[in-house]
Design a protein around this ligand. Structure first.
Ligand SMILES: [Zn+2]
Length: 185
């Protein structure tokens, strides 16, 4: 019954139900850094239910909250640049929205249809037209997704040159040469 209602109710009604449903849980004992709200308690979650595991506001679990805090820390230290491209593998819904707000964002999940199509195209065992025909989408769309994934993946492994470090290296090389010259005099 719950899943049927989930399917037939329009999004604004679902959002309103969610807002009303969490009202009794609002409090100050637990704080969720992902949705930035306080609660009297978190929900149980897991096969062996863990108490206070799941945020009733955004559905984040302990690992999501930890990941978000660590991510924010890296952002604050300037190790991750806001506005850059971000490839989110095996994405979590609660974090996807946060990332989407500040990054050129692409999520992939091997269960996702979009990712499946792009991965098929990358494998190259079937032509783009064949994949497009099979999944009933326009070939250009698959080409775009494939390009997005390849661009983001290559970005993961290529170290962007920091202009400040580059400048320091140039100066260091210059000083080394100078030192060698002085030694040879
Ligand atoms: Zn939350």
């Amino acid at each position: 019954m719950k899943s049927i209602l989930k399917q037939i109710l329009p999004q604004p009604v679902k959002a309103l139900i969610k807002k009303i449903w969490i009202l009794p849980l609002i409090g100050s004992r637990f704080y969720c850094p992902v949705c930035e709200r306080g609660f009297r308690k978190f929900l149980e979650f897991g096969l062996n239910p863990r108490p206070n595991a799941c945020c009733p506001g955004c559905g984040s679990l302990e690992r999501h909250r930890l990941l978000w805090v660590a991510f924010c820390d890296l952002q604050d230290k300037g190790l991750i640049q806001r506005g850059g491209r971000l490839l989110h593998v095996a994405w979590e819904h609660c974090l996807a929205e946060k990332f989407r707000q500040e990054y050129d964002y692409l999520s992939i999940d091997l269960d996702g249809k979009k990712a499946m199509m792009a991965m098929e195209a990358i494998k190259g065992e079937r032509t783009i037209s064949e994949i497009a025909g099979h999944f009933e989408v326009h070939p250009n769309q698959i080409i775009k997704w494939k390009k997005q994934i390849l661009e983001n993946v290559s970005g993961l492994f290529s170290k962007k040159k920091d202009p400040e470090i580059e400048q320091q290296n140039i100066e260091l090389e210059f000083l080394k040469k100078k030192y060698k010259k002085l030694q040879s005099l």
